[in-house]
Design a protein around this ligand. Structure first.
Ligand code: LR7
Ligand code: MN
Length: 553
């Protein structure tokens, strides 16, 4: 009897297990579906603690009390174990982050003038927030989502689209689906932030897209100023002031409201203080700041405009470069890029990438930035190549489509962009890039010699830069890549040399000659146009040189 009872119980347990597995198998969509939307009836979260007295979460949603979400179990699921490095997985202190509640208050860093602005919510379009992430910590991702819901007028948030870029832990996103408005897409392989964001943008249904990184916290009234500006001007991308969330203690620290985004010729992003000209163009300290560059991760844009203007260059991988491409593109193709000072969003800045780059960090950055430079920078890309010589021969893939986009949109030149949007970056006249050519159309050429002490020669001008590409510096140097052109000790031969402040390396190119700055010696070509020596300057066609700039108007 006892045996039969045991047998029957086992049977029942086994059937229940089988049934559950079957139901799960049937209803949970395959994780290899690239557009893995989780329908509402699958929002059955095992961590869900529904309060029977509360209505279904509709309307204003305040996660401050986390009514529908078991925050503790969610965070506990991936806590740092004793002995583990709290920085190991995320390159910020996860232990500290995990102990900070999702609905924490942050200090309001807005200027007083912002606090008295009156935004007419009824006149603003709703937005879809798109957050892509790869292996983000649960606590930071949750705080990003909760701060959006807690600090935005509910009618302005249509949905929050999480794009899980093939994270190791699929549950990090999936468990958030009990939170109202949260949608999830998972990529079927690691895509990188560009393709992940475009997937999110494709799924979005609101008239405005708002992109955020997966470790942000929105300040009070962060959204209205962004949307308001888009109502005023359609062809624009707008960014908040990006406050700093400390990667060590997660304190919310105010960033300066007098900064704009810029870059160097390496195509590294940097913050620039506003110039006097920038300040003169603004009547009030809460007026939009016209910025040559966006940091990249945090911005709003009208959805149709985003697609009309070419969304992103989808051949950019993993991380980096897309902010250059989109900023150049929007400015050059008749739009504008602005920072809206009354909107503030915090971001966890860190010192290194916590994740892997399948093709390596350096090569990926080179590929992405080279694509931006090749399509948008015209002749000024030579400054990029001069700063990043390794990029010149680096394969960056097919650019036809992006170049066609530029032509179709009838976009302006990079020179226009520099002159009008980023004049500080206009190379000065003593920092020219071009070829040094003689009367027979032969150009000074490294002939591929790059080692210290090697000679240069002449070669028919081919107009492709490379070995014939010379850059002058404000120290009167003539450089190819990182090497200088210097006279040898006897002032007769020209050599490729390490740059130094020696008088042998300083030249004057002003008079259709290339003359030693401190001496009466001039570049002189051999009669057969094969090599160059130094001879006493005199009025002769063999000493005639033209510095011709490669820069296109
Ligand atoms: O393969 C990846 N897949 C992803 O989904 C790699 C990254 N990501 C996600 C990642 O989880 C994060 O949410 O993409 C987002 C950005 O990656 P981060 O946070 O590692 O980048 P970052 O903050 O160091 O870098 C800044 O520059 C990037 C250039 O590609 C992006 O534009 C980031 O969005 C951008 N961040 C900001 O603009 C915030 C302010 C930083 C500054 C200055
Ligand atoms: Mn980030």
């Amino acid at each position: 009897m006892k045996k039969l009872f045991r047998f029957l119980t086992s049977c029942i347990i086994i059937s229940i297990l089988l049934l559950t597995t079957l139901t799960l198998w049937l209803f949970i969509p395959s994780t290899t579906d690239p557009y893995l939307h989780f329908p509402d009836d699958l929002r059955q979260n095992p961590l869900l603690q529904r309060n029977p007295d509360s209505p279904e979460a509709e309307g204003p949603f305040n996660l401050g009390n986390l009514m529908y979400f078991d925050e503790k179990s969610y965070i506990d699921g991936t806590r740092i174990k004793p002995g583990q490095d709290p920085y190991g997985k995320n390159a910020f202190n996860q232990e500290v982050s995990d102990d900070i509640p999702a609905g924490r208050q942050i200090s309001d860093q807005r200027q007083v003038q912002c606090k008295i602005q009156n935004y007419q919510i009824a006149g603003l379009p709703a937005t879809s927030v798109v957050i892509c992430y790869h292996n983000e910590a649960r606590s930071t991702l949750l705080r990003t989502v909760v701060s959006i819901l807690d600090r935005s007028p509910p009618e302005l948030i249509k949905e929050i689209i999480l794009v899980d870029d093939f994270s190791d832990d699929i549950e990090t996103g999936r468990l958030l689906l009990t939170i109202p408005k949260v949608q999830l897409i998972r990529t079927e392989k690691r895509e990188g932030l560009v393709r992940a964001r475009v997937m999110g943008a494709n799924a979005a249904t609101a008239p405005v897209l708002t992109f955020l990184d997966s470790h942000c916290e929105c300040s009070p009234v962060w959204l209205q100023p962004l949307l308001q500006r888009i109502v005023e001007k359609r062809n624009i991308i707008v960014s908040p002031i990006i406050d700093i969330i400390s990667m060590d203690n997660f304190k919310y620290i105010s960033a300066s409201s007098e900064l704009k985004g810029g870059f160097d010729w390496n195509l590294h992003f940097k913050w620039d203080t506003l110039t006097n000209r920038d300040k003169q163009n603004r009547l009030s300290s809460i007026d939009p700041i016209s910025t040559p560059m966006i940091a990249g991760g945090l911005f709003s844009v009208e959805r149709n405009y985003f697609f009309d203007i070419g969304s992103y260059d989808k051949d950019m991988d993993i991380w980096g470069g897309e902010n250059f491409e989109i900023s150049f593109r929007v400015w050059q193709c008749h739009g504008a890029v602005e920072i809206i000072p009354c909107s503030r969003v915090g971001h966890v800045f860190r010192k290194k990438h916590p994740y892997t780059f399948p093709e390596g960090n350096g090569p990926t950055y080179t590929k992405n930035t080279k694509r931006a430079a090749e399509v948008w920078m015209d002749g000024y890309k030579e400054y990029y190549y001069a700063a990043r010589p390794g990029a010149r021969g680096f394969p960056a893939g097919d650019l036809t489509e992006r170049k066609k986009l530029r032509a179709d949109l009838n976009c302006k030149s990079f020179r226009w962009y520099l002159e009008n949007i980023y004049p500080e970056m206009l190379p000065s006249t003593d920092q020219r890039i071009g070829v040094i050519k003689n009367i027979d159309n032969y150009c000074l050429d490294t002939l591929g010699h790059t080692s210290h002490g090697s000679t240069v020669g002449l070669y028919p001008c081919h107009g492709e830069g490379g070995n014939q590409n010379w850059m002058t510096s404000d120290k009167h140097e003539i450089k190819n890549e990182n090497a200088c052109l210097c006279a040898d000790g006897t002032f007769t031969n020209l050599l490729i040399t390490f740059c130094s402040d020696k008088p042998e390396c300083a030249w004057d190119l002003s008079e259709h000659t290339v003359k030693l700055l401190n001496g009466n010696k001039c570049f002189t070509r051999s009669p057969d146009n094969t090599f160059v020596v130094l001879e006493t300057c005199q009025d002769t066609p063999t000493q005639y040189w033209e510095f011709s700039s490669l820069l296109i108007a």
